[in-house]
Design a protein around this ligand. Sequence first.
Ligand code: BEZ
Ligand code: FE
Length: 299
Amino acid sequence: MTTHPTGTAPGPEQQLREAELTDRVTASFDSCPDPRLRQLMSGLVRHLHAYVREVRLTEEEWNRAIDFLTRCGDITDDRRQEFILLSDVLGASMQTVTVNNEAHGDATEATVFGPFFVEDSPAVPLGGDISAGAPGEPCWVEGTVIDTAGTPLAGARIEVWEADETGHYDVQHDDHRTAARGHLVTDSQGRFRFWAVTPTPYPIPHDGPVGELLKSVGRSPMRASHLHFKVTHEDCRTLVTHIFVRGDELLDSDAVFGVRDSLVKDFEQQPAAPTPDGRIVQGPWTRARFDIVLAPAKA
Ligand code: BEZ
Ligand code: FE
């Protein structure tokens, strides 16, 4: 048991009193008619009390925590979700993803969804350009969607979205633009290909309480450069993931712990023409090739 900030470990009487309170509160859920809710609530209370006891939380610290959560609520609206950001920077989002996407053969690993997905993104033909004018270095992305047996998956729907080189998603600009996002459908051999912009690093929103927290603990709000993917196919488990850029300095310090080694791919710098589809590109561009492996759907 961790000692009190004053250095005094709680005596046996005190420990009994604290344990008895935890037992009483967990027992208060015994008659909950929904067994899952009962499990969720009693587990939460057990761990919360264990935390309060382990760190010997002071009343002043608890009040500050309540104030912090209140400020998270104050800044949250239909465009800003500070509680999800909090869950992200505490690794709770990534741990929930990990628990719910068990490894299956060499299925592509899942990672956090993030707040910038938008339903009804533009349909983009194979070989088309998702950037729609978003500023950034052009990037050609190609690969195949396969199942864990290696069979190509025709008709898989790929949603892709990313920040532009200013570090913002389209929805963070004030002009209602739709850019750097779209969806494609794989061809009869499971292949996909499209133009995008080369991913660049950007900060998670850090002008609120979560940003203050990161600053107080000496952590950076920066995310490693990535492309977001959501891939669906009727026979398979839906995959939400990112593809990261090999060599990015932020791979080991991603603010939301979203990086998996298997998701880091080469984005090779290309000097000039020719481009894969004959497109004329002004200046340098990059090229990335990777397959996306989907686990089977649960029976
Ligand atoms: C993102 O990758 O878009 C993101 C993920 C978590 C928090 C903020 C942004
Ligand atoms: Fe992102």
